[in-house]
Write a protein that binds this ligand. Sequence first.
Ligand SMILES: O=C[C@H](O)[C@H](O)COP(=O)(O)O
Ligand SMILES: C=C(OP(=O)(O)O)C(=O)O
Ligand SMILES: [Mn+2]
Length: 476
Amino acid sequence: MNTTDTTDTAGASKPAALGLGPALGPGPRDTWRALPAGQQPAYPDPAALRRVTDELAGAPPLVLPGECDRLRDRLAAVARGEALLLQGGDCAETFDRVSVDTVHSKLNTLMQMSAVLTYAVSMPVVKVGRLAGQYAKPRSKPTESRDGVTLPVYRGDAVNGPDFTHGSRVPDPERLLRMYQASSHTLNLVRAFTASGRAGLSQVHEWNRDFIAGSPLRARYEGIADGIDRAMNFMRATGARPQDFDDSEFFVSHEGLLLDYESPLTRRDRRTGRSYATSGHMLWIGERTRDLDGAHVEYFSRIDNPIGVKLGPATTADTALQLIDRLDPDREPGRLTFVVRLGVDRVREVLPPLVEKVTASGAQVVWACDPMHGNTLEAPSGHKTRRFDDILGEVRGFFEVHRALGTHPGGIHVELTGDDVTECLGGGHDLGFPDLFHRYESACDPRLNRGQSLDLAFLVAGFLDDVRPVLDGLAV
Ligand SMILES: O=C[C@H](O)[C@H](O)COP(=O)(O)O
Ligand SMILES: C=C(OP(=O)(O)O)C(=O)O
Ligand SMILES: [Mn+2]
């Protein structure tokens, strides 16, 4: 894609400063700048922004093209019905929570969910974190008012601060550099953990056993855990060693919202002529910025990473087809993931025509279910929250729709944390409205806590048995 465009970004004026060796050069021309870009910060000082983007243009890539291509291959298997996608992490990462413990527990939670789902579908699970770059938020309103005072809304740590003061809410481009550093530190931890060999399947299964032992729903989960035990015993009996169970391959993703961040970090692989956002393996376009004539679609059309697009309940099949034409013109499996977030009440009605028409067009996209963003409600206390049963219900509806159509339910995309927060209602420990006061720590949307995330994996695994015939039929 875009292999002939040789005009460069801001970094072009000083390619020698890139320090990237001969293989990576500045990315494609900023064609998106001519188009309307939604949800961008109004920086008061353009010169300060320019200094920051110049610095980013000279910074090393966080991920390499080969890694992005590998994820694309893995997602191609998902699109063909041979694997599942598990994508998850915070709604909004924050700079003050880049710590060994936070990253480790999030990663472990995803690994534990993945082990359960792998067993349930007898397929590889492609693990992608909302991690190491998820610092910018699109908002439904540009301002927030409290006690008669109106200030710009908090847009994520990459843009401004959460404190309700004028100083904190003014967008500061220096925060883009902190985003780069925080992402780099997080990615370093992810790479260290996954390389350590301590997230192998045997260890992950032990953590799941511990979780089950303390769960009020243990009776429902034990059958699955026993099944995993038997499968692992069988493997051992065949002579497989613990390291043969290693399934710790892990990728990172975030919403590619801030084009002043993504653009200078976009690099061209001189060997192939392909261009990559090097801020993460996979980027997605949010529901609020996927305008066909907008800057985000234009930018994403010029990078070769695997990409996602969020689709809300108002999406028409025509829009989905036009997005495919713009973003996956060659219809390459693994390039495009549609992350549908329709709500438990709408998924059975809205999803079928989308899937039918996209499938009929010959495109092989990954269909992923985001059961979070269509199910947000306001608690009497004013907290944004979500019901676990709605989340589970939307996932169930998503799988049922695909079962009925004979198509592949590619995976799930969830907002979660490895910490014991109390932000969503329900789950194994049946959190209620009063619990929201105990540990509500999200900087934006409510996340499943560690236990609720594992509840989701075990309960989805339970009903996946119903859709097994579809998965078996597809995995030829
Ligand atoms: O994930 C993010 C939220 O859904 C998005 O920022 C909108 O939230 P808001 O309605 O609080 O602005
Ligand atoms: C803002 C988000 O989602 P959406 O674009 O689907 O609203 C999100 O994933 O946090
Ligand atoms: Mn969110």
